[in-house]
Design a protein around this ligand. Sequence first.
Ligand SMILES: Nc1ncnc2c1ncn2[C@@H]1O[C@H](COP(=O)(O)OP(=O)(O)OP(=O)(O)O)[C@@H](O)[C@H]1O
Ligand SMILES: [Mg+2]
Length: 256
Amino acid sequence: MPEKSLANPQQDEIRSTLLRLRTEQERLFLQLRSGEQRFRQLARSVWRVQEDERRRLARDLHDGIGQHLTALRHRLDQLPCAPGAGHMLAEAVGLCDVAIRETRTLSRLLRPQVLDDFGLTAALGWLARTAGESSRLQIDVETHDIPADLDSELATLLFRVTQEALANVAKHAAAQTVVVSVDVRGDSIHLLVVDDGCGCDVDQALARSGAGLSTGIASMRERVLLFGGRFALVSEPGEGTQVRVSIPLPERSESA
Ligand SMILES: Nc1ncnc2c1ncn2[C@@H]1O[C@H](COP(=O)(O)OP(=O)(O)OP(=O)(O)O)[C@@H](O)[C@H]1O
Ligand SMILES: [Mg+2]
């Protein structure tokens, strides 16, 4: 009997300590969640600023240097050819053409106008053509049920991930063909980039990127996580490589 009366105050104390600890744990958890949310918002706005800056640079390149080069090209065309100077003039025209082409490509790679004007499917088609021409890869793009009003940041994210995945194929895979597919299933959008190249040791590739020795995989993964999505690199040496991404679609507002 006396033992029981002793145990009760102890139990009460333990109970109240546990309650205090649980309340404290919940408070810390909420603090962590809101810190994480603030970090994501901040990282997304840094990314938005970066994309805006790229858009501005792309426009300046196209409308500034690009237009001047085109004007220069016209002048060269109109120049009367002095005797014996034909070869030099042809060389100058050739150099001018290369500079115009490179300026256009650089401007489009920085921020393709087609992404803003015609959306993700058109932009991926353009990317596949450009990357295919420069790397001699057969790149097929398949898109299904992409909403016409797809969030523009999400479209940019999927475009950038595809751009890096294709750069990796061109650089490392020694592949013949690549298939890029985007489709909507349930309330998520899925991107898959599959190549038939030499593949790689995924653990090694992730270790390289985790140690800061490379940026491609890390930047794809981090951006996808910022949008609450999932990223996976699937590969075996000799078996090709797959980049798999799925991202929840933003909820539509009632009025939309
Ligand atoms: N499609 C692929 N085929 C074969 N290996 C790949 C492929 N994609 C990635 N890898 C391997 O993963 C590694 C890491 O890729 P990541 O994009 O992070 O770096 P990187 O391309 O070497 O350099 P960076 O992207 O920083 O210019 C690569 O070095 C390569 O070994
Ligand atoms: Mg890379």
